[in-house]
Design a protein around this ligand. Structure first.
Ligand code: PMP
Length: 288
């Protein structure tokens, strides 16, 4: 596999960075994850815009232009002969002596890793997955805003450890006030009496690109939706629950903690997933 590192493609076994990189020392950096279908990276512009936003929020100057990043993504996919890919764009603060001052690192490290996409088991989409609402709380917005898609992922990793210990596929965190926030790598939605609900951005979540696509679809299909503050009881009493992310699209949830939601994909979840996949197809046609 070829990896894009700074300005060139290098073989995987030569794709190294320094131990003095502040990404390694402090988790200081930002990233994006994308999914490519039939050689087209879905919502590439939106992901690059979010990358720039995250970078700006940590005072990191991106050394490439929007178009330059786009070219680098396709160059990496091409070098690996990939049509269906799982792509990560990673920018870290760069190499510098030990110390927190960002000015110690004059040049950010830029990397793109493109793996062949591995499909999730079909069962997950038919029967749903188990999620756990964990004790680890989502980072406080005023401390480390979840809208920064940062390399510093310990909050999510701690939640993941707890979720895994409880036999869950995904761990969902509450915010510091006890409102449902988001999964470790996903946003959460639920349906009650045919209305779609999802936590509002100001609860302290990453504004998922998939989340926006789903809300657009709901608008187009005339599905009523509300974003807001919801407690865990709201999720327990839902008719349908699903999680969303770039790689998973829309994944139904069968159980939340010990509460059974349903052992088949729900009606609205299914409608949204079908419409989501249609949107992906249309996007591919337009961007080929
Ligand atoms: N929340 C978190 C914490 C995430 O890591 C992700 C995955 N990027 C998401 C939500 C979903 O975002 P997206 O739909 O843009 O993949």
């Amino acid at each position: 596999m070829m990896v894009y590192l700074n300005n060139k493609l290098v073989p995987q076994n030569k794709a190294f960075i320094s131990v003095f990189d502040h990404g390694f020392l402090y988790g200081d950096g930002v990233y994006e994850t994308l999914r490519a279908y039939s050689g087209v990276a879905f919502k590439l512009d939106e992901h690059i815009e979010r990358l720039f936003r995250s970078a700006e929020m940590i005072g990191l100057k991106v050394s490439k232009s929007h178009e330059g990043i786009k070219r680098a993504v396709y160059k990496t996919m091409k070098a690996n002969n990939q049509k269906s890919a799982f792509i990560r764009i990673n920018i870290s603060r760069g190499i510098g002596p030990i110390g927190l001052d960002t000015e110690l690192c004059p040049k950010p490290t830029f990397a793109i890793i493109s793996n062949t996409f591995k499909e999730y088991p079909g069962e997950f989409y038919k029967m749903g997955v188990k999620i756990a609402i964990v004790n680890v709380r989502r980072n406080l917005r005023d401390a480390l805003n979840p809208m920064i898609k940062s390399l510093n992922f310990l909050n999510n990793i701690l939640a993941n450890i707890e979720g895994k210990n409880r036999g869950a596929y995904e761990a969902v965190m509450l915010n510091y006030k006890g409102y449902v926030a988001e999964g470790t790598t996903s946003n959460i939605f639920f349906v009650k009496n045919s209305i779609l609900y999802t936590p509002a951005i100001d609860v302290g979540i990453l504004d998922g690109i998939t989340r926006y696509v789903i809300l657009d679809i709901a608008r187009e299909l005339g599905i009523k939706y509300k974003d807001g503050r919801f407690t865990r009881e709201g999720i327990y009493s839902a008719d349908e629950v699903f999680i969303s992310s770039t790689t998973r699209e829309i994944m139904p949830v069968s159980h939340v903690d010990n509460v059974k939601i349903g052992t088949k994909i729900g009606r609205i979840t299914k409608t949204l997933l079908t419409a989501y996949r249609k949107k992906v197809e249309e996007y591919i046609e337009e961007h080929r």
